[in-house]
Design a protein around this ligand. Structure first.
Ligand code: DGY
Length: 317
């Protein structure tokens, strides 16, 4: 029977797919790269998470045939090493689109309307009754939304913006005519998005080109009333530059679900009121996490059975 290493506990839906097809070892806790290497010795497959660093040494394991990550992001995997050794890599695109877009919207509204700050105020016993000057925030309806990276998730955020009658600008490698028809969206450069949008939301994968896409220069162009939201990967935003901009109120607020040195959070962010910080939970709905686990497991089972994976990251392998 084929052996599969599952690098930490996953939802039942994934295990239900794996158990009939392979001998499965589930690590009860997150593993270091060295531990993955040791435990995956003799395994044909690894089902991993975005918190696992899977480098060339793991892809060198002699029996390994597939690494299935339970995430859409693949920046934690050495894809060049996988390609060179002919090892299949799969991810879970599509099944977390709505959940992530919903969370981006939760962050947009929470930052614009200062929800966590207002709740902290109330819980601290400071609410003395309705006040015409209390906790004023930014309106969202009818404003301009800028989407950096209009893949599945970015486009879904744009679709949801129709409910708020927003004008939608997007930055992407090429035009998305279908998306433009559906949402009246317009392709724009990062510069125009920075200068003119009221809400900027980040949905690019992390690549060498997108690292610090939102840097000090980008933030300096933003309106002082604007909001920045990041639900993609932390290093797309220069966190130190963001802390400066927030501290000096050069941007109104930021909503972050991801961080540059996750799980560490820049200490400057923790001191600020005008930022909403979440522990990377964009895909964390019961429905979505079940679908992600099942999809990752189905990819493993397909490859071990000699069938093509459902969602290959490297179609040529
Ligand atoms: C992913 O799948 O890459 C997300 O970050 C998980 O929520």
């Amino acid at each position: 029977m084929n052996r599969v290493l599952v690098t930490r506990p996953i939802p039942e839906a994934g295990l239900a797919v794996l158990f009939p097809a392979a001998a499965v070892e589930i690590s009860p806790r997150p593993l270091s790269q060295e531990e993955v290497l040791a435990k995956a010795e003799g395994c044909e497959a690894i089902l991993c998470q975005l918190t696992d660093r899977i480098g060339a040494a793991v892809f060198d394991l002699p029996l390994l045939r597939v690494v299935a990550t339970m995430s859409v992001g693949t920046d934690h995997l050495d894809l060049a090493a996988a390609r060179a050794r002919g090892i299949a890599v799969t991810n879970t695109p599509g099944c977390l689109t709505e959940a992530t877009a919903e969370l981006a919207w939760a962050l947009i509204l929470a930052t614009a309307r200062r929800l966590p700050e207002a709740e902290r105020f109330l819980r601290a016993g400071r609410f003395r009754g309705w006040d015409p000057l209390l906790m004023q925030g930014q309106a969202v309806t009818g404003k301009r939304l800028g989407i950096l990276g209009a893949g599945r998730i970015g486009q879904e955020v744009g679709r949801m913006a129709r409910g708020f009658r927003m004008e939608v600008l997007y930055a992407a490698r090429g035009a998305k005519p279908e998306f433009e028809r559906e949402c009246g969206a317009r392709l724009a450069g990062a510069d125009e998005i920075a200068r003119t949008c009221d809400v900027v939301t980040v949905h690019t994968p992390l690549t060498p080109e997108t690292r610090h896409l939102v840097d000090a220069a980008f933030l300096a162009k933003m309106k002082p009333t604007a909001i920045l939201v990041n639900t993609s990967r932390g290093p797309v935003v220069d966190e130190a530059a963001l802390v400066d901009a927030l501290r000096q109120k050069r941007v109104f607020a930021a909503g972050l679900d991801v961080f540059e040195e996750e799980p560490a959070v820049h200490p400057g962010l923790l001191e600020l009121e005008n930022v909403v910080l979440l522990p990377h939970i964009a895909s964390a709905t019961f429905e979505t996490r079940n679908r992600m686990a099942a999809m990752a497991a189905e990819n493993v089972v397909a490859v071990l059975a000699g069938r093509p994976p459902i969602s290959p990251v490297l179609p040529s392998v």
